[in-house]
Design a protein around this ligand. Structure first.
Ligand code: NDP
Length: 345
């Protein structure tokens, strides 16, 4: 079976991609930042799936040649590059976010070109953040869209993440044009991702950025109000993982950029699902009568390409939020203490 080199397998999205790769029978080498993270990841798979998983340490993906050795572990068929810092307001936007995102992506492409000639296709996890223009939304978002952020603007902490995703993806496409490697490139652009949390969390404080809101809701942080929705588009993590795996060898997926969106939603819609599916949490949720903020004339999106070429069918918002909350309740020792005594009356 084919061999995949994966980055970001210790995170929210990457853990699902790793799991689906193993279930589909791929052999996977996951690049991790330290040997103990690698051991912890390998220990998760104590059954026969684990026979096809190994890890390799790449300490600093920003460093020149960081991936040179790692991509020679096996004659790989595919590479999936998920690793990139995802949080808002980095202390040092250039060092903490722009360099790992841009140099990490370019460095990996260069290492594959030089040292891994067997690779057919590289998939890069980009983002709707690379497309979004918050000051002037187009009527319909599609794969044609790019945010207007420059490198200089991305040095502003509030824009750093958006800049990092756009500049890293642009750099990857430019690499393909200039270097003409023997592999093809596909990029995946999801908006806010929710869904079950599979990766290791020491505490719920370590939750990934896109699930922070749901964690805070079930910790009772918003009992009187609903905070503004940051983005009105969402998708389930299992669908995002599935698209990455489908894109590895689907005909027509090469050299394409895919916008992957399940639908519109606002924070109120998420809280309503939580109230209905977890009635024990109702006492610590904001009142049902509070309005949502999804505009009537909200921007639309065109996901024709992903449904046509990759045949994707999306999880519903109810299913996604229900699964997210269920795993958080399960994981959260702290949550047990905070939530149970107050709402299981
Ligand atoms: P997580 O924070 O859960 O995972 C990020 C992964 O990238 C982890 O494996 C992490 O490693 C690794 N990583 C982060 N920074 C670095 C770095 N400087 N050097 C090496 N590795 C690093 O985030 P998600 O899983 O949510 O995001 C994964 C990808 O998906 C990112 O590219 C993100 O931009 C993209 N994305 C996510 C969306 C979402 O809503 N979640 C939406 C659209 C795109 P470690 O475990 O060691 O920290």
């Amino acid at each position: 079976m084919a061999k995949v080199f994966l980055t970001g397998g210790t995170g929210f999205v990457g853990a699902h991609i790793l799991h689906e790769l193993l279930v589909y029978g791929y052999t996977v080498v996951a690049a991790v930042r330290s040997s103990w993270k690698g051991q912890r990841l390998e220990q998760r798979y104590t059954d026969e799936l684990g026979d096809r998983l190994s890890t390799v340490v790449v300490e600093d993906i920003s460093k020149e040649g960081a991936f040179d050795e790692a991509v020679q572990t096996f004659p790989f068929d595919f590479v999936i590059h998920v690793a990139s810092p995802f949080y808002l307001f980095p202390k040092n936007p250039e060092e903490d976010m722009l360099k790992p995102a841009i140099s990490g992506t370019l460095g990996l492409l260069q290492s594959v070109k030089t040292y891994a000639p067997s690779v057919n296709r590289v998939i890069v996890t980009s983002s709707f953040a690379a497309m979004e223009n918050p000051t002037s939304h187009p009527p319909v978002y599609s794969e044609e869209c790019w945010n207007p952020i420059t490198y200089e603007q991305a040095l502003d902490p509030s824009l750093a993440y958006f800049g990092s995703k756009k500049l890293a993806e642009k750099a990857a496409w430019a690499f393909m044009l200039e270097e003409k490697p023997s592999f093809t490139l596909t990029t995946i652009c999801p908006p806010l991702i929710y869904g079950p949390v599979m990766h290791h969390l020491d505490t719920l404080n370590d939750i990934n950025t896109s699930n922070e809101f749901i964690r805070d809701v079930i910790l009772g942080k918003f009992q009187e109000h609903i905070p503004p929705t940051p983005l009105y588009l969402w998708v389930d993590v299992r669908d995002v993982a599935h698209v990455h795996i489908q894109a590895l060898d689907a005909a027509g997926a090469e050299s394409e950029r895919f916008l992957v969106v399940a639908g519109h939603c606002d924070n109120k819609a998420i809280i309503d699902v939580i109230r209905e599916e977890f009635p024990q949490l109702a006492p610590i949720l904001p009142p049902k009568i509070l309005p949502g903020d999804l505009p009537l004339n909200v921007y639309q999106y065109d996901d024709t390409k992903v449904t046509k070429i990759l045949g994707l069918r999306y999880h519903s918002l109810r299913d996604s939020i229900k699964a997210t909350v269920a795993t958080l309740l399960d994981k959260g020792d702290g949550l047990e203490k905070v939530v149970r005594p107050r709402c299981l009356i």
